[in-house]
Design a protein around this ligand. Sequence first.
Ligand SMILES: Cc1ncc(COP(=O)(O)O)c(C=O)c1O
Length: 361
Amino acid sequence: MPVRTRPDLDDLAGFSTVPIPADAVELASNELPFGPLDPVLEVIGRAAGRVHRYPDSSGRVLREHLAGRFGVTPGQVSLGAGSIALCLQLAQLTSAPGDEIVFPWPSFEAYSLIARTVGATARRVPLRPDGRVDLTALADAVGDRTRLVFVCTPNNPTGGDLGRAELEKFFDSVPEDVLVVLDEAYWEFVRRPDALDGMAYVRDRSAAGRGNVVALRTFSKAYGLAGMRIGYGVSCEDVADRLRRLALPYSVSSVAQAAAVASLDADEALALRCAAVIEERERVRTELLGLGHEIPVSGANFLWLGLGPHADAFRLHCLERGVLVKAFPGEGVRITVGTGGENARFLAAAAEFRTPAGPAL
Ligand SMILES: Cc1ncc(COP(=O)(O)O)c(C=O)c1O
C-alpha cells in the first residue's frame, strides 16, 4: 500500500536541473565563471577544519557584518541556505492553502514551486514586452487573498530591471498587511543610475514603522559561492525574528558563513569582476543583435532570447556544440555570461542556428 502523501503534490514538477556533460560550457544557471574572491578559498579551507562542530545557528558574526554594511540592526538580518531558502520561509510564514502568492512570469521558477509547496495558489502576472516586471499589472493582481508578492529585479530570466520611482509607487500601493519580497539576486550587476537599493529602502521604510517589504540578496552570483548555499535578507525586526524561528536549525553551514564574511571584505575585487561581466554582457548582446535577435536590455549576468517556439531547438543546437543554455519551452532561452572564450563558443553556435523556416530568426 503506498504511503499517504499530499495529493495536491502528486503532479509537482520540481526544480528543473540539467545533466552537465564533461567539458561543456556552462551558461545555463547564472553562475559566475570565476571562483570565490581572494582570499575566500583560504578561509574556506580553514573553516573546513572545524566541520565536526555544528555551525552557529544564529549566524551572529555574518549578521553583524551585514547589519554594519547596510546600517540596520543584526535583528533585521536573516540568513538562508541560499536566498531560495528565504523565499520558501517567507512563503511558509505568510501563506497557507486558500491564500495567494503573486509574482511576475516568466520569472525565477522557484516561486511557482514554493507556492505549490505551501499549498497556496500561484498568481502569475505576465511581464511587459521589454522583459521587465509589469508593476501596474502586479498591483492589480493583489487581492484579498494575497499574502505574499515577489518582485524580481533584474528579472530572471529576462534581465529587465526596474527604477526607484516605479518601485516605490508599487510598494506604496500594496496593502501594508501583505508582505512584498524584493528579490535582488543580481543586484551587483545593476548599473542603472535610478536603481533602488533594496537594503537602504527597507532600512528607511522599517525605521518609519512600515514593515511589509523584505529585500533578498545572495552570495551565489557575483560572489562566486553558488555551491556554498548562502543568501540573506533584510526586513523589519519582527519579520526577521519570525523567519529565524521558522528556519531549519543549522541549515547555513559554518563554512558558508565564514566564506560570506570573508567575501564582504573583498569589495574591490568584486567590483572588478562585475565590471568584466558587464563588459562581456554588452559585447555578447551586441553580437546577438547583429545576428538579428531581439535582446532586452539586461541588468544582470545573463541575456534573454525571446525565441518562442524555437527555444528548445536552440537549446539542443547549443548542447550539440557543447554549450549549455537554459530554455523556457515556448518562451525563450536564457544565456549566462561566461568568460570571453566561453562566450565565443556560444556565439559561434548561435551564428549557426537556423529555425525550421530558414535562416531568419
Ligand atoms: C531571482 C533569483 N532569486 C533567488 C535565487 C536563488 O539564489 P540562491 O538560492 O543560490 O541564493 C536565484 C537563483 O538563480 C534567482 O535567480
